[in-house]
Design a protein around this ligand. Structure first.
Ligand SMILES: NC(=O)c1ccc[n+]([C@@H]2O[C@H](COP(=O)([O-])OP(=O)(O)OC[C@H]3O[C@@H](n4cnc5c(N)ncnc54)[C@H](O)[C@@H]3O)[C@@H](O)[C@H]2O)c1
Length: 261
């Protein structure tokens, strides 16, 4: 089992609802520090103060970075290892849910996650991990497994994260860099994203009758964070987890069809 105690973590989109819960849960598990990146720095100071009062000083460093920019991610990771010397856990969590600007949705959620992944797996984690093992985690979504009538682009981006996890989570990759890659597909979670998203009116007309039902079934950010911890501490390389309201996350089983390379 992977031990978070003493490890250095790095997160994108770390000031959003789920991101903030991830940061706190990592610190509850005694991570040495969490480097928080986000494109929006408006909550940075307040959240860092809150974390310092709960977990003590110098547990976080905030770096403003756009998850769509390889250079900004690279600079932030370099600063992480300059300051903390190690990097053990990388969390791709930046996300948007916008079916009108669907290019940006794919750009942040999928292309950005790939940019992060290649930096983490090829450049930083193998060189700077403090133990045998390092881990890369992506925030996917239940819409990465199930179809969602109103969210084709978002759903495509999250299916993509599942595909990336399963492709890069093959043993041949692990043998070369010793980085596990895991993901959680969480159900709707109580964050700003779930309450305010954009989709074409004809799609929203299909979704609106279900809106209250969806909101009533939301999980908390804390529940999402516990699922992340379970997957990074216990998840096999390439594993995809499912998390829903108030239940421990479980591993998703996929059918095996044809040859797998
Ligand atoms: N809310 C849900 O129901 C739910 C469910 C499953 C998975 N997720 C996923 O969890 C992750 C976090 O979502 P959330 O619900 O906390 O939403 P949120 O809107 O509260 O947080 C998203 C964060 O990503 C940041 N971000 C957006 N674009 C960025 C960019 N280009 N570069 C860097 N940061 C950027 C935002 O500033 C924000 O802090 C997302 O990937 C989301 O798709 C959400």
């Amino acid at each position: 089992m992977f031990d978070i105690e003493g490890k250095v973590a790095f997160i994108t989109g770390g000031l959003g609802g789920i991101g903030r819960a991830y940061v706190k849960e990592l610190l509850k598990c005694k991570a040495k520090a969490v480097v928080i990146t986000d494109i929006d720095d408006s909550l940075a100071e307040k959240f860092q103060e809150e974390v310092a009062s709960e977990f003590g000083p110098n547990k976080t460093m905030f770096i403003k970075a756009d998850a769509r920019s390889t250079k900004e991610l690279d600079d932030a990771m370099q600063k992480t290892v300059d300051v903390y010397k190690n990097l053990d856990i990388v969390i791709g969590n930046a996300g948007v849910l916008d079916e009108i600007d669907f290019v940006n949705t794919i750009d942040v959620n999928l292309i950005g996650a790939l940019k992060l992944l290649y930096l983490a797996v090829d450049k930083y984690l193998p060189k700077y991990k403090s133990g045998e093992d390092a881990v890369l985690f992506n925030s996917a979504s239940v819409s990465g497994i199930n179809p969602v009538n109103v969210l084709p682009a978002y759903s495509a981006s999250k299916h993509g994260l599942v595909a990336i996890t399963r492709s890069l989570g093959r043993p041949e990759h692990y043998a070369t860099h010793k980085v596990r890659i895991v993901t959680v597909c969480g159900t709707v979670t109580d964050t700003p994203m779930s309450h305010h998203f954009r989709a074409p009116k004809n799609y929203m007309d299909l979704y609106n009758p279900f809106h209250q039902q969806v909101l009533a079934s939301m999980q908390t950010c804390e529940s999402a964070a516990k699922a992340m911890i379970l997957s990074i501490t216990q998840g096999e390389n390439g594993s995809v987890w499912f998390s829903e309201k108030d239940k421990p996350a479980t591993v998703v089983k996929f059918p095996v069809l044809g040859e797998i390379l």
